[in-house]
Design a protein. Structure first.
Length: 120
């Protein structure tokens, strides 16, 4: 069953006020957050949990297509690189951003000092 959708016995004969008063678990969770003061740590924690949950779902889905998802951080550029890998051959099928773009970005960072002549 799809999360957040439940089967109702007989909604036709139910009073409209009772239908309006029903809330899904997601709506209750959102309602609980509205009454609470939110600080930056709560936001960061929620974002981290959302990111981790999304990554778990992506990795789980990739298994259905006989693929692996490999994440790495490019130290020089401080960017995330995602590689889609064939599980059987271990061959990189796709890289985001492409390897050529990563190399180009590294080279432009090296050339910055040559292009900008800054005098104090």
């Amino acid at each position: 069953m799809i999360n957040g959708i439940s089967k109702q016995a007989d909604v036709k004969n139910m009073p409209i006020t009772e239908i309006k008063d029903r809330r899904s678990p997601d709506a209750e969770k959102a309602g609980n957050r509205q009454g609470k003061v939110v600080n930056s740590e709560d936001v960061k924690r929620d974002q981290q949990m959302d990111t981790e949950e999304a990554m778990e779902r992506i990795v789980h889905t990739a298994k259905y297509f006989n693929r692996k998802i490999h994440l790495e951080v490019e130290e020089d550029l401080h960017i995330m690189i995602v590689k889609v890998i064939d599980s059987e051959t271990e061959e990189v099928i796709r890289q985001i951003p492409p390897e050529e773009l990563v190399e180009l970005s590294k080279n432009t960072n090296d050339l910055k000092g040559l292009l900008i002549n800054k005098e104090g």
